[in-house]
Design a binder for this molecule. Structure first.
Ligand SMILES: [Ca+2]
Ligand SMILES: [Ca+2]
Length: 183
């Protein structure tokens, strides 16, 4: 099994990270108001939007490799990679939502990098490479491709070569991918 899908070496650190994230999330100082303050702190004079990379690097979100992608899902700005305060608050609310159903749906949208409504081998590969980290880029790519292929094959119930939301759900459960959404 690949490095990103629940091997024992990384699951412990993932668990720790999740616990840490949970602690942060339940800290009242890190609740809605604090996020609003963080946003306003990054806002430059006369502007109404903040760059998504800067928001994703704030302490609450920098340990989540998906935060930048999730912020992008909520951004409607014409200027690429920027978002307004209401959009940021909506994204934070969704990230903090403890309902596992909502989390799986959010994860599905985040994994669907090209936004075609399916998680393909390419989409999975993108994230596996991003989350892999410990190998050389070439080794990472090769391993990610293999894991992506076998994962899609395993969960692709209707055999169309890609995962629908329904097919993606058991994948999320069995590999605890939701750990990455432990905010
Ligand atoms: Ca896709
Ligand atoms: Ca399918």
């Amino acid at each position: 099994m690949g490095p990103c899908f629940g091997d024992s070496g990384t699951s412990r650190s993932r668990r720790l990270r999740r616990l840490k994230s949970r602690r942060i999330a339940s800290d009242p100082k890190e609740s809605g108001l604090e996020h609003e303050r963080t946003f306003l702190g990054l806002l430059k004079n006369g502007e109404t939007e903040v760059g998504i990379p800067a928001l994703a690097k704030t302490p609450s979100f920098r340990s989540n490799p998906f935060s930048e992608r999730i912020f992008q899902l909520f951004a409607t700005s014409e200027e690429a990679n920027r978002m307004s305060l209401p959009e940021y608050k909506a994204a934070v609310k969704e990230l903090m939502d403890d309902s596992s159903q909502r989390k799986v749906e959010l994860a599905f949208r985040a994994y669907d990098v090209d936004g075609d409504g399916f998680v393909s081998q390419g989409d999975l590969c993108h994230w596996l490479r991003k989350l892999g980290g410990s190998h050389s880029p070439r080794q990472n790519t090769k391993q990610a491709q293999m894991v992506a292929k076998s994962t899609v094959e395993k969960y692709d119930e209707d055999g169309d070569g890609k995962l629908s939301l329904e097919e993606f759900k058991p994948l999320m459960c069995s590999y605890a991918l939701s750990d990455h959404f432990g905010l």
